[in-house]
Design a binder for this molecule. Structure first.
Ligand SMILES: Nc1nc2c(ncn2[C@@H]2O[C@H](COP(=O)(O)OP(=O)(O)OP(=O)(O)O)[C@@H](O)[C@H]2O)c(=O)[nH]1
Ligand SMILES: [Mg+2]
Length: 1158
């Protein structure tokens, strides 16, 4: 980039009113990067001939190879619109679902978005997803209907048909926005109503106490009119919708370089036809036609069978042009059209064998796409100054906190956001949405830039000086006569040499360059990280000291702990989640290039170097400790595909570990963890994402050869109600049912608790600890599906609930916003509504804990007679806060029961996968009151408890090592407070003595047996998958789906096209290679998008063996032919090194015959 361009951008950065931060969003392949190319070309960064072919912002090699974008990247452009100059910070985002986290990182930094929709395909799943993202982040979208050329050349629609088609697509897009809007309005209305009610209540209370008599008259509600309207009517939503007459829609073909808004045509025709521009703007789109006789524009084109204005004045022109240039190749007509349009093309373009070249040469002059899109952007998208208070409040309200509950000084910062001021006193607020890796060589400070004239002159002077010095030295040494000639030689050669810095002819130049280059060599091998960020307030300067606020930073705590007026440059006391750092370098993001900047004013997108040690993935940066961390990015994709990774040469392990750490930092969505077995595991959003991560590891971060395991597929374990039918659809009698359930248990290997284990026919399992001090009785019940779903969906809320409970137990107070309390109350009410029936009577009140990890979708229920413990809902009821549970000893061991439950739910007995949708009801819990007697020293207890002592959790089957320990940590964290409190009372027997340890183990074992006493099932993770396919390949798509256990949900024809849209669900376990297979079988005509959706119970019972005669007949003795669940279960067990019951070869002779036949 030239210095002039850079200077201009630096100047424009200072005027936020003329800045637009925007991203391009769309479904995969709808043409985002192609459009970005056109916009980039308008700034002369790439040649306009290459626009659309280069895909400049797809800078990675694999992006170019695969033809899809994999990361979001930014570029700053300038645009002169009217009299004003604008700075556009444009971010291109990927459309593939696997990379949707990159969309989130882009959307957060923007104020507006260009949403692209393919004019043929219309609204696709990702279109909906990105519209939702834009909506959630409160940014304003404009629409580009791209690939209009496909309507002409592929679908071969007439201009009138195309008009109807476009109208339909617009309706689809608006339907999505409409749905988002309605849900929001309804939500807001409900909130308003509630507030009003509360206010009224308050008023009533106060008036009641003040003036008793007037109360009746004043009480509102006496003559209340019930309002049944939803509040939608009174809310103006017209600005939300896309409509060409609003100026927020552009029709385009990015590949051919043209695009227009109807305003452009209105301008052209108002001059030509003498109709007022405003009238044309209102009527060019819609059911209007031109009455030539009356010289009027009239309504009702469709009813009267007339050509709508849009067709007559706009589309027909384009259709004719395509017809003449591409289809008929009618030179004369083209010439004529060019003259009437006032377009001139170069001779080589009009002679080109490909008519598309001529077409885009004409179109890009007639209706340049960059102009149409950029003027719409400047006019319709908000500037950083227009940031709404609503958006600011949302950004600042983290977790359970609401904006109102933030400290006052924090609330004051809202003004800084709204003013977006670059004044000296404005606090600096910056948000980093992701870290991206840059080759250190590519950093501007390490790059050799062309020298300026002054620098050239200076260098020349230096070289001359040095040379002269040396000459002088030489002269002194040898007083020969040739010196005069030499110096004249140098004078003549030097200018030529300095033009080519480092050119070979000049030893002096070489020498000086070598000196400069040396320190670089080390850096070259390294990747550095640059933060992708935006300034919301103040001016960031190079070398400035700032606070980095982690996501858990609490401004209230920070303000308390830091001295008044504390700056990041002072020596700051330690505050949790707050660090200080210096901003090393600031960059202007220019797609593949970076330009160094000294300062960046408010309202701009920028890159920040040198943060890699302070920021993992995202962070908030500020000069004020009152600044709250921004709400976390809203990710749509769930990372679900796991693989274990190891280096090819074991000695390279440290490199792999380092590489994985870097990858974790560089990717917003990838997760890297070490599993209990010591494996290094990478979790990604999907297959394509996985591939990209592996490539990155190999080529960039670890730079070693690695091997990746087959994807590790997650499962869940659950129990179900006993089946009513057997496998051949015969009714099962009651006895048979129990027989089926118990056949497993009899075969189960003897556990070390088996001497005290008792299972009653109802499924109640009782076990006593080896020291005979405690006995627990547990039974397992399947939770209703809705409850499981609700718990899954509310996991964040349950986690908050658990935190609140924990702090209540420890006697700390945690301020919870009323909103969160309301949410908790709502959750409770919904659970109560769903847990109906005799079995679940009062269950909600008796919930003891959730698990695994204290927030999972399983419930521990307290059905112990006479044991009153504080409910998990205690935070809802302030009166209960002080109520202490009955006995301290009971309370201590309460934790052991919960821990045992957490361990049991973390890894189930089928294949050590987490449980889901299971309720463990503790029916019995007897404690021998011998606790006053000191326990024998642990040596005596050891043989019994086999290491499961002192509260330490020792996994007995290698399945739950690390994770189990992790689950137990909250326990230990919570522990100390209680331990110290109760030590005195409990005498010498500590609560973490052998009893509690044994109780944990026994509880876990009881849960596992109770689980096994029910019909067990595996649950598989399911993808939803949307496939677009033409009628010819539909059959093959169904074939592939069927083979892979997929289930078609529905199929519909996309209006106006010959495409079918198929929605299906597919087990994740069967999804690997699915996209490729579909693409191959349909010769690339169908391409599926897979998104994780839910967990589903696999109907078949993995432990099933035939019991009835019919079943023997039907399935044979082994019945191992079609048991999908068994296959999955054994695969997992094998992977984990667990015992797998396998067939040995039974009919060896058959194998021999096979061999002979070969
Ligand atoms: N016919 C036609 N093809 C287009 C047009 N614009 C883009 N394409 C083609 O569509 C394909 C995808 O274009 P991209 O720009 O890479 O799409 P994208 O939206 O960036 O895709 P992702 O980044 O992977 O989501 C390319 O083959 C383009 O040549 C257009 O206006 N008309
Ligand atoms: Mg792209």
């Amino acid at each position: 980039m030239g210095h002039k361009g850079l200077d201009k951008i630096i100047a424009l950065q200072k005027n936020p009113a003329n800045i637009r931060n925007l991203c391009i969003l769309a479904h995969v392949d709808h043409g985002k990067t192609t459009l970005a190319d056109c916009l980039v070309a308008s700034n002369g960064i790439i040649s306009s001939r290459l626009a659309g072919k280069l895909r400049y912002l797809d800078s990675r090699e694999d992006e170019q190879l695969r033809g899809i974008t994999m990361k979001s990247s930014a570029i700053s452009l300038h645009y002169a619109f009217g009299e004003k100059e604008y700075l556009l910070n444009l971010i291109d985002s990927p459309g593939h679902v696997d990379f949707s986290s990159e969309v989130s990182t882009a959307v957060r930094l923007c104020d507006g978005a260009i949403v692209i929709v393919d004019a043929v395909e219309g609204v696709c799943p990702q279109t909906q997803a990105v519209l939702r993202q834009a909506w959630l982040e409160n940014i304003r979208p404009v629409l580009v209907l791209n690939k209009m050329d496909r309507l002409i050349s592929e679908l071969k629609l007439t201009s009138l048909e195309a008009f109807t088609h476009l109208q339909k697509i617009l309706e689809q897009v608006n339907a999505v926005t409409g749905a988002l809007f309605t849900s929001k309005v309804l939500e807001e209305r409900a909130e308003k109503e509630e507030q009003k009610e509360k206010k009224e209540q308050r008023e009533r209370d106060s008036s009641g106490s003040q003036a008793g008599e007037s109360q009746a008259a004043e009480t509102p509600g006496a003559d209340q009119v019930y309002d049944w309207s939803a509040g939608l009517e009174e809310t103006d939503d017209s600005h939300l919708y896309f409509s060409p007459d609003q100026g927020n829609v552009v029709f385009a073909s990015a590949i051919d370089g043209w695009g227009f808004s109807i305003q452009q045509f209105a301008r052209i025709y108002s001059q030509k036809m003498g109709i007022r521009e405003e009238v044309l703007c209102k009527t060019l789109w819609g059911d209007f036609f031109l009455n030539a006789k009356a010289k009027k524009i009239m309504k009702g084109a469709q009813a009267k069978g007339k050509k709508p204005l849009f067709v007559q004045l706009v589309l027909d022109n384009i259709w004719t042009l395509y017809d003449a240039v591409v289809t008929k190749r009618d030179k004369e007509k083209v010439e004529k059209m060019m003259t009437s349009l006032g377009v001139k093309v170069m001779a080589r373009d009009s002679r080109h064998s490909d008519p598309k070249v001529l077409l885009s040469a004409i179109c890009s002059q007639w209706l340049p796409i960059s102009q149409a899109v950029l003027s719409m952007v400047c006019e319709k998208l908000p500037s950083p100054l227009d940031i709404s208070t609503e958006r600011v409040e949302r950004l600042m309200s983290v977790g359970a906190r609401q904006f109102d509950s933030l400290p006052e000084r924090t609330q004051e910062l809202k003004n800084a956001f709204v003013q977006c001021s670059s004044a000296a006193e404005a606090p600096v607020i910056v948000f980093v949405s992701k870290m991206f890796a840059v080759d250190a060589k590519a950093l501007p400070q390490n790059k050799q830039r062309p020298l300026t004239h002054e620098e050239l002159a200076e260098r020349r002077e230096q070289a001359r000086q040095r040379h002269a010095d040396r000459m002088a030295a030489n002269q002194q040494a040898q007083s020969s006569a040739g010196s005069a000639q030499l110096s004249s030689d140098t004078q003549s050669t030097q200018p030529a040499v300095t033009k080519i810095p480092g050119g070979e002819g000049d030893p002096i130049q070489m020498e000086s360059l070598a000196a400069v280059k040396e320190p670089e060599v080390e850096e070259v091998a390294k990747d550095t990280f640059v933060a992708f960020a935006r300034v919301y307030s103040g001016v960031v300067r190079r070398g400035q000291k700032v606070f980095i606020l982690g996501p858990k930073y609490d401004p209230a705590q920070g303000l308390n702990m830091l001295p008044e007026g504390c700056m990041a440059s002072d020596s700051v006391p330690e505050v949790p989640h707050l660090t200080c750092c210096t901003l090393d370098s600031l960059y202007l993001l220019m797609g593949r290039e970076l330009e160094e900047l000294d300062e960046v004013p408010s309202g701009n997108v920028l890159g920040i170097g040198g943060l890699e040690d302070f920021v993992l993935k995202s962070a908030t940066i500020s000069t004020s400790p009152a600044c709250p961390p921004f709400i976390p990015l809203n990710f749509e994709a769930t990372p679900i595909v796991r693989v274990a990774i190891e280096p090819k040469h074991p000695s390279e392990m440290p490199k792999l570990v380092r590489g994985m750490r870097l990858l974790n930092q560089a990717d917003p969505c990838a997760e890297v963890l070490i599993q209990e077995t010591g494996e290094h595991v990478l979790v990604t959003a999907g297959e394509v994402h996985l591939q990209r991560c592996l490539d990155d590891l190999r080529q960039r971060f670890a730079k070693i050869e690695i091997t990746a395991s087959k994807p590790i597929i997650p499962f869940r374990e659950t129990v179900v109600r006993p089946p009513k039918l057997d496998m051949v659809n015969e009714e099962l009698g009651r006895q048979q049912k129990t027989a089926i359930i118990h056949q497993v248990k009899e075969e189960a290997p003897q556990s070390r608790f088996s001497d005290t284990l008792h299972v009653d026919p109802g499924g109640l399992v009782t076990i006593t600890t080896p020291n005979r001090l405690a006995t627990v009785g547990v039974c397992a019940l399947p939770l209703p599906t809705e409850v499981t779903c609700l718990l899954e969906a509310s996991s964040e809320l349950v986690r908050t609930l658990e935190q609140v409970n924990m702090s209540l137990r420890e006697g700390r107070s945690l301020t919870v916003s009323p909103r969160t309390l309301e949410d908790i109350a709502h959750l409770k009410a919904r659970l109560a509504a769903l847990l109906q029936g005799h079995k679940w009577k009062n269950a909600v009140e008796h919930i003891w804990a959730f698990g695994p990890r204290r927030y999972g979708p399983n419930i521990l229920l307290n059905s112990v007679e006479g044991y009153q413990r504080p409910s998990v809902w205690q935070c809802l009821d302030p009166a209960e806060k002080g109520a202490e549970p009955c006995a301290a000893a009971l309370r201590d061991l309460d934790n052991s029961i919960v821990s045992g439950f957490q361990l049991a739910t973390l890894s189930g007995p089928m294949c050590e996968e987490p449980l889901m949708g299971v309720c463990f009801s503790v029916e019995r819990w007897d404690l021998q009151q011998t606790r006053a007697r000191p326990e024998p020293p642990s040596r005596a207890a050891a043989p019994d408890s086999e290491g499961a002592e002192a509260g330490e959790v020792v996994p007995e089957d290698g399945g739950a090592g690390l994770e189990a320990a992790a689950a137990a940590t909250p326990e230990e964290e919570a522990g100390p407070g209680q331990v110290t409190r109760h030590w005195a009372g409990a005498g010498s027997a500590g609560c973490y003595g052998p009893v509690s340890g044994q109780l944990i183990a026994v509880m876990k074992e009881a849960c596992r047996h109770a689980f096994q006493a029910r019909p067990q099932r595996l649950m598989a993770a399911m993808y939803t998958c949307e496939i677009m396919a033409t009628a010819e390949v539909l059959g093959r798509v169904y074939g592939v789906l069927g083979k892979r256990e997929g289930r078609v949900l529905h199929e519909e024809m996309k209006e106006g096209t010959d495409m079918f849209l198929i929605s299906a669900v597919l087990p994740v376990a069967e999804s690997f290679g699915f996209a490729d297979e579909i693409r191959k079988r349909t010769s690339g005509l169908a391409s599926p998008q897979l998104v994780f959706s839910h967990w589903e119970v696999i109907a078949s019972d993995p432990y099933w063996v035939p019991t009835t005669e019919e079943e023997y007949l039907h399935f044979g003795e082994k019945a191992d032919s079609a048991n999908q669940a068994l296959k999955y279960m054994n695969a997992v067990r094998r992977r984990k090194g667990l015992y797998v019951e396998e067939k040995t070869v039974e009919h060896a002779e058959k194998q021999r015959t096979l061999g002979k036949n070969k």
